[in-house]
Design a protein around this ligand. Structure first.
Ligand SMILES: [Zn+2]
Length: 255
């Protein structure tokens, strides 16, 4: 079965010195592609370089809510320029978004709104980080009448929150969260959502699945997350695998 890791920070230093080995192991596990979101200007070159180096790696460029304070408004012009001149491995804008657990939302909001506008302007898929901000994210997407594909990655939340996002056309990123039995609200949401809205991801090296140490997550954990998802869902594993692949291809506009 072929799997795609729709969101993975493979450029992070945790993978230094072992990227070819991790990709080889991921390949043996059926993982054909990884999408690496750039999170800050200082990292964009590194992200692009790795996509040049490894044929499995695709990428997005953006400014993550945790890093907004290290950026200047000129960086958005630089982001626009880079996205305009993108190579075929660049598949979207992000990671951007809102995070209630890190810094004032008011500081993050403008950066998020501008990157949403940029995705619309350049007609590019958008990758969103939303932590305890699903209602705020939904209202920004609604206000800007977003019609490009949107991934709300690493989803944790209720079925009602997820449905509001899906109704706006968002894809829901299913990651390690669902491997924790205590995450019953998220597990219940993911079990019930429309199959066509689900996309698989690790968010490695962050968001470790149950039994994996903090910072030790890796794209090779994707099949474990898939198995857990398969337990939660009514579909057979082959049906699920096929749908996840098709959804990810629609999200990143791979024909
Ligand atoms: Zn991420």
């Amino acid at each position: 079965m072929e799997l795609i890791d729709a969101h993975c920070h493979f450029d992070f230093p945790q993978f230094d010195g072992r990227r070819p080995a991790v990709l080889a192991e991921a390949g043996r596990a059926g993982i054909s592609r990884l999408v690496v979101p750039g999170v800050r200007r200082a990292d964009w070159d590194r992200v692009v370089d790795q996509a040049r180096q490894f044929s499995e790696v695709f990428y997005c460029l953006g400014i993550h809510p945790w890093f907004v304070t290290e950026h200047h408004v000129d960086d958005l012009d630089e982001l626009r320029d880079r996205l305009r001149q993108r190579d075929p491995r660049c598949v979207g804008v992000g990671e951007c978004g809102l995070d209630r657990l890190r810094g004032p939302l008011a500081d993050q909001m403008e950066w998020f709104e501008r990157q949403v506008a940029l995705a619309i302007e350049l007609d590019l898929p958008l990758v969103v980080h939303s932590v305890r901000c699903h209602d705020e994210v939904a209202s920004v997407l609604r206000r800007q009448q977003v019609a490009v594909p949107v991934l709300v990655h690493g989803f944790a939340g209720s079925y009602e929150q997820a449905v509001r996002l899906v109704d706006l056309g968002c894809y829901i990123g299913v990651g390690g969260v669902i491997t924790y039995s205590r995450a019953s609200k998220t597990r219940n949401a993911i079990a019930r959502l429309p199959l066509a809205s689900l996309v698989l991801e690790t968010d490695a090296p962050d968001m470790p699945p149950a039994g994996v140490a903090q910072g030790d997550n890796s794209p090779v954990r994707l099949p474990g997350i898939f198995e857990e998802l398969s337990e939660l869902r009514a579909e057979t594993s082959p049906q699920l695998g096929e749908a996840l692949l098709a959804n990810t291809r629609r999200l990143y506009r791979w024909s």
